[in-house]
Structures are given as C-alpha cells and as structure tokens.
Design a protein around this ligand. Sequence first.
Ligand SMILES: *[C@@H]1O[C@H](CO)[C@@H](O)[C@H](O)[C@H]1NC(C)=O
Ligand SMILES: *[C@@H]1O[C@H](CO)[C@@H](O)[C@H](O)[C@H]1NC(C)=O
Ligand SMILES: *[C@@H]1O[C@H](CO)[C@@H](O)[C@H](O)[C@H]1NC(C)=O
Ligand SMILES: *[C@@H]1O[C@H](CO)[C@@H](O)[C@H](O)[C@H]1NC(C)=O
Ligand SMILES: *[C@@H]1O[C@H](CO)[C@@H](O)[C@H](O)[C@H]1NC(C)=O
Ligand SMILES: *[C@@H]1O[C@H](CO)[C@@H](O)[C@H](O)[C@H]1NC(C)=O
Length: 797
Amino acid sequence: MRRPTSCQLALLLLFLNLCRGQGSDSGDGRSDSGDGRSSCHRCDSHLSCNCSHGGFTHIPVVTDRALTIDLSCNAIATVMDDDLMGHTRLRALDLHGNGLAAIQPSAFDSLWSLEELDLSDNQLAALNYRWFRKLEALQQLNLLSNPYSCLGSPPLFQGLIQLRRLAFGGPALEELRRGDLSGVTQLEELTVHANNLTRYESGTLADIWPLGRVTLSLHGPFLTNMPVASAVLGDVSYPETPITLEDLHLIGNWSVQPLRESARKRIRHLSFRNLSVSDEAVVSLLVVVDGVPITYLSVDGITLTGEGRWEKASYTDQRSIDEFFAQDVVVLDVFKFFSLLDLKFLLQYLRRVSVINSKVFVMPCITSKLLVNLQYLDLSDNLLTDLTLVETLCGDHETLKELRVLNISGNPLKSLSTVSRLVTKLSKLTHLDVSRTGYISMPPSCPWPSTLRHLNISGAKLTTTTPCLPATLEVLDLSNNNLRGFTQHLPVLRELHLSGNKFLSLPPGQLFPNLQTLTIHSNTLNMFGRLDLQSFRRLESLQAGQNQFVCSCDFVNFLQSALKGHEGIHLTDGEDNYVCDSPLYLQGEPVGRVHLSIVTCHRVLFVSVSCGLVLVVGVLLGVFLWRLHAFWYLKMTWAWLKAKHSSRCRQRHRVIEGSEALLSFDAFVSYSERDAGWVENFLVPETLRSLTLCLHKRDFLPGHWIVDNIMSAMERSRRTVFILSENFVQSDWCRYELDFSHFWLFDGHAAAVQGRRPQTLLQTAQAHELHHLPGVASGGGAKAGVLEEPPQSSKRR
Ligand SMILES: *[C@@H]1O[C@H](CO)[C@@H](O)[C@H](O)[C@H]1NC(C)=O
Ligand SMILES: *[C@@H]1O[C@H](CO)[C@@H](O)[C@H](O)[C@H]1NC(C)=O
Ligand SMILES: *[C@@H]1O[C@H](CO)[C@@H](O)[C@H](O)[C@H]1NC(C)=O
Ligand SMILES: *[C@@H]1O[C@H](CO)[C@@H](O)[C@H](O)[C@H]1NC(C)=O
Ligand SMILES: *[C@@H]1O[C@H](CO)[C@@H](O)[C@H](O)[C@H]1NC(C)=O
Ligand SMILES: *[C@@H]1O[C@H](CO)[C@@H](O)[C@H](O)[C@H]1NC(C)=O
C-alpha cells in the first residue's frame, strides 16, 4: 500500500474534526467553544434559546442576540462576572433548578433589557443587592426556594423601579424586617414563602400598594406563631387584593384567628391552596368571616378531616358569598360525611358553585333545592351517573330554576336522552357541558329547554348525529368523537367544533348559514377548496390543521393564498399546522412552504406547449436544412453508397467469372460543361487518333444514376483526365468526380485490379488558354441522370 501523504492526513483530520463537531452539535445543541466554555445553539426563530436540561455546569455561550434564555435544570453552580457579558438585549433569563450557590456581584450588570429573572430553586444562601443594581428594566423576579434566612441589607430591590412581580422566600426564611422591601412600591403579584418565618417586623409589606394578587405560604406561623401570621396578613390585606393562602393546616378554632386581620380589612377574594381543615376550623372560619363582604371563596386541594358538621355557624351572615369554587376535595371519612342539609345559611345565596374532581357521586335533591339562587353549577370530573344525576336534578321536580350553566363534563354518564329530559325543566339554561362523558349514540329526537344555546358533547364516543340536536344552538362542540359526517341543519349556529373526528371533507356549509367559526383540525381531511368555503356564507375563522392533506396543486395554491389572508377567512391555528401527508416526497412539509413545479401543476399545458415547441423547432430545422440542401446531399450520399455497392457487385461478379474488367476506354474525361467547347473542339480531335475517350455527354447511359454512371465510367477507363479550370472548381459534379477518383485510388478495390491501377492525369488548362475557350452553352445538361438536379449548379457547367 502507498503511504498517505501529509496532505491526505490533513484532510482526514479535518474530516474527523468536522464529524466530531457535528456529532456534538446535532445531539443536544451543545458544543465546546475555544475557551473551554460550552455553547448552546438551541435557539428558535424568535431568538428564544432553550438550554434547559442540557447538563451545563457553567453558563454556556449563547448568541448575543438572544431575547430569552432558559437555563433551567442544569448544574450551573456559579455565575461569573463575564458569563453574561454582552447580552444587552436579553429579556428573560431562567436559571431555576441549578443548585446555583454563588453569583458574582457584577454578573448581571450588562443585562440592561432584562425583564424577567428566575433564580428559584437554587442554593443561594445569601442575596446580594449588587446583583440587581443595573437591572432597571426588571419586571419579574423569582427568588423562591433558596436557603437564605433573610433578604439582607442594604435593601435588595432598591433599584428595581419597574418591578411588578416579586416572589421570594423559602424553607429557611426566618426574618423579614422593615426596609427589606424598600423600593418596591407597587406590585401586580407578590408571592412569599414563609413557612418557617419566626420574626416579622410589622409593616414590612405594608408599603406596597396597589397590590394585585398575593400568595402566602405561612404554614409555620399559622400553627406556632400567630402574631407573625396576623401581622403579615394585616399588611397585605386590601378589599381589592385577592389573597391565596397555601399549605395551611387548620385544626382548632385558634388556628383560624390570624384571618381576623384580613376580615377586618374587608377582603373580598379568599383562596386556599393545599389546605387541610377540621370541622371546628371550618366553623371558626365561618364565624371569622361573618358579615365580611367576601364574594369569592375558593379551595384548591383541600382535605376535610371532619364530618361536615358546620351547622354551628348557621347564625352567621354569609349573604355576600357569590361564588364558591372547590377542586380536588378529599374527604377523609367519606362515609361519615354529613350531607350539606343544614347549610341553608351558606347555600341559599350562592350563585356560582364549582366542585371539581372531588369524587362527588351525588348531590342530594334536598341540597339542590337549597341552591335557590344558583346560576352556574360545575360538577365536572366527578362520579355522577345517569341515576345519581336524576337525584341531583330532582327528577321531574322543580329545582335550580335560575340555573343558566350546567357543567357535568367528565362524569361517567351514558344516556343523552336522560340528561336532555332532566334539563328540559331548567327554563333558563343556556349552557350545557356534557363533554368527556360516555355517550355512544344520540336518540332520534330529544326535548331541550328552548333557551339552550351552547352545547358541548366533545370527548364522547358518538359515531353519528341525529336531529336530537336543538335548532336553537349557537355554539356546538362535537370534537373528539368518532363522527364521519355532520348534516344537521342549525340555522343560528355561530361556532362549530368538529376537531378530532374522522371527517374526510368539510360539512356542507348551506346547513349553517350563520356559522362564523369552524374548527375541524386533527381529522382525516385530504383537502378543501374555495368552493367548499364559499358555501359557508359568514365563515370568518377556520382551524383545519393537522389533517392528512394531499398536496395537489390546487390545494397548495388555495391554502397558500388563504394563509396570506387572501380568501377572506382567517386560519387561526397557524401555518405550521398545515402539513402535507402525500405525495410521499412532500410528506411532513408545511403546505405554506411547498413549491410545486409548473410540470406538476400544469401538466396538460406543459405537454401541449412542449409538443408545439418541438414541432416548431422541427419545422424550422427542416426549413433550415432545406435551405442548406441537406436533403440533396443526403440523397447523394445514398446514391453514392448504392453505386459503390453495385460497383462491388459487378467486381465480385467478374472475379467469380474470372474475367478481367472490361476496359472500354482509355480515359474518362472529367470536365465542366462550360469547358465542353474546348474539350469537344480541341481535346477530342487531338487525341482521337490514339485514344478512346469517355465523355459524359456521349457515353453515359441514359436512365441510370449519374453517380452510377460516373463510377462505371471510371471503372471502365484506364485513366481519368481532369480538365482543371475555374469552371471545374465551381462545378459540383466535377468536384464530385475528383473526390470519387481519389476515393477510388485509395480504396482497396481499385488495387484488386492488378496492373490497372487508375492513374489520375491532371492536366492543367492554363488560365490564358481557358480565356480562349469559347463561352460554353450550358445546354445538354447532366444527361442521363434520374438524379435530381444539384442545388447550386443545376447543370454541369
Ligand atoms: C424548554 O424545554 C423543556 C424541555 O426540554 C421544556 O420543558 C420547557 O418548557 C422549554 N422552555 C421553554 C421556554 O420553551
Ligand atoms: C426553620 O427554622 C428553624 C429555626 O428557627 C431551623 O432550625 C429550621 O432548620 C428551619 N427549617 C428549615 C426547613 O429550614
Ligand atoms: C401541602 O401542605 C403540607 C403542609 O401542610 C406540606 O407538607 C405539603 O408538602 C404541601 N403539599 C404540596 C403539594 O405543596
Ligand atoms: C375555641 O373552642 C373552645 C372549645 O373547643 C372554646 O372554649 C373557645 O371559646 C373557642 N374559642 C374561640 C375564639 O372561638
Ligand atoms: C366545564 O368544565 C370543563 C372542565 O373543567 C371546562 O373545560 C369547561 O370549559 C367547562 N364548561 C363550561 C361551560 O364552563
Ligand atoms: C368543551 O369541553 C371541552 C372539555 O371539557 C373543553 O376543552 C372545550 O373548551 C369545551 N368547548 C367549548 C366550546 O367551550
């Protein structure tokens, strides 16, 4: 084997380097830059770089132009002063979940445009005001879940004049002092995790106003340090500020006392998240809020340790409570749980009740009857069946007369006719949500309240629809069923949702003269077109993405013009959802970016135009060749070949017969017709005594091809005499004879005739002699030939 040259080695190394670079690049968007810092290239077209879960141990190199950088869930332990240098355009930086323990004082100094900074869930044991000095544009700061025990001094947030959302605190936060939040004057959102707070200087949070939403985790203070809890609550409670309390464990009547402070400030929105509460605490809570204008009470994630005996608070005034929202309710002892019978004082004023995902299998009719003002009932994601629904809605008896919205989505219901019969008496019902239920079929016809306008039967298992659907509907959601078609006439329908079914084409638009919005994405539509859409007279917005589009020319053209908004319809689900499914070579390609060639799109036109072109070119070529006498030359060549062939035949014949070629002449005279006079008057008489000459005028056989005649004349002559003159040079026939004699000379056949090798005698007719030649009449012509006349010299000249 040859040893590789140094050049080859260098190429190989380069190739290996390229491969390695690509390998690490294509993998997780990481690669090493020169100075040992890794880079992250996972940026999208909006310059949003998601370097989350990248395994980085240092801040990677990211393009300076990035607007957001997500570096969450890596293992970055420190941020150095120059790590983020030059990111003057950065708007959002997410560093949560990194185990970040140290940030150098000037690390964020160049982030003049930073609006959002997330440092939550790290190991920052001390906060440094110098980090935030230059962040004048910062609007949102998250410092939750770090092991600092105080905010530190000088005040951290002094320079953050734009700050609107602030979250701080963690399991170690013990102390908050007046002045810690100086500089923070108004907030849209404040979150404080202070489950272990032991020292709170009253008034620390009191200077923030207006204050949008407040979320407080005060588990420890509520249990062990009520003055702290009361002080914190007192400082953030305003009538217009919704308060959410997290992670509380309320057992005795005393544990609720800090809420007195909020009640005194007449708060209106109170929410609990992750609450566990005993009966006694519920009663105390109701006592605490007695007469307080709370309108909204919500519990998200509540564990009831009691039995639901809250009637001891029945003397309290709860008439202001408008809306009660409960989600993920767990009743520890469900079988002992007392029904809500004696809670008329609480229930009669409610207008909106939601009890979601709480394993409710029935609401007793007696309770329903207490809800006399109820307008909105949401019992979604529970365990109601057709049977218990009858009990909940009191069968045929009057109940819930004010109800306008009923949401029983996500319950194991089976019969659409049952629910339609039950709700018929709800004479104000406008919205019915029976989505995600077990309805398989629709009865042929159903009664409905005449007010019903919104019906949601999405996520059931319907395969067909029937006239059961009321004609009063304005919004109908049938998405995520098994429908293949939809042909009900709904004259006032405005919105129709058919996504996630098995439609092959759009439903006929004539059936929905008022339809404005149609969603039919995630079906099996192959295509739709202008005509389909024109049948919907009022359609304004359409979502038809994620279908199996056949990217034909018509469809691609239409959709591209629709995406540009030229079809009068807004495709609200965005360009990227319209993807070709076939033909194969376009599979996965967004329709908006497909470019089909003219060949595929205008096949007939293309074929006819190209045929026409070929024809025109053919005709032109023909004319061109005709002008150049190509046909005559072709014919000549043909005649030549034939003549040669017949000459060979004659020779073979002679060889077989053993006879010598018959030499009839001493010489064949090749001359121009114009020199005929000189030949006839001078040459022939001069040589007549000694030689027999072959003259074309005299000795060519009439009726034979000229070429044939020429060949045979040369064969039968000992010599060929050329009368070289200007006329000879100009005569095609003469040139041809000269060529032929040359050919004959070098052709093997000539040699076969031993001793008879033709010799070419060139006699030069001197120019002055030729001058004496009389003008030769061109009569006589090329005699004998059946051949067409040659183009230029039509006769032998
Ligand atoms: C970044 O990607 C992760 C998954 O790797 C995802 O959970 C996160 O939401 C993404 N962040 C952004 C801002 O899109
Ligand atoms: C809560 O504070 C006490 C001291 O007040 C401390 O001993 C304990 O470790 C803190 N808890 C957490 C989870 O940091
Ligand atoms: C709920 O609160 C308890 C304390 O009452 C806490 O231990 C638990 O972690 C919290 N759960 C969640 C999901 O936050
Ligand atoms: C708390 O309940 C106890 C009895 O369980 C009662 O003696 C006490 O007065 C109640 N305190 C308040 C503030 O309601
Ligand atoms: C009913 O509840 C489901 C799930 O909670 C929700 O998605 C839907 O919007 C609700 N319907 C109405 C009419 O409020
Ligand atoms: C119908 O219900 C589904 C699931 O509960 C929900 O996602 C959807 O938004 C509802 N449709 C309408 C039009 O509100």
